[in-house]
Design a protein. Sequence first.
Length: 155
Amino acid sequence: MNGEALIILHVEDNPDHSNLIIRTLRKHRVANQVFLVEDGEAALDFLLRRGQYADSAKSPRPHLVLLDLRIPKVDGQEVLRVIKTTEELLAIPVVVLTSSETEKDITEAYEHHANSYLVKPVGFEAFTEMMECLGFYWLGWNLHPWECHVRGNNE
């Protein structure tokens, strides 16, 4: 990404999960900055630059959102819906990272245009392997609209 810091917004209310995810991403140098918010209201404030996140220096546009569905205040499905219906946010990839395997949650997430839906593995090794692969895919291998001018593909 041409030297640009890779930024992830991580929306997770379980401290054990968030610590593991952040530690794994940093260990594999996947992201330069991971911003953690613990509820849906804070996630929307961050993304829409409201309240304590009104200063864009405190809420840079993430290159990826990792979103748990079962979060307080505003649930993850509503956060996803807002992201994917807000012009300045809709190009940000959103990976739902949750413990729910219900058909209803999966279907609803994709109806709200989730870019991916991952179920958190139970085992430590499987969880860290998933996070490593996820980071490399979304922030390393996957092409994003903001990279087109860097690669000369701005046709």
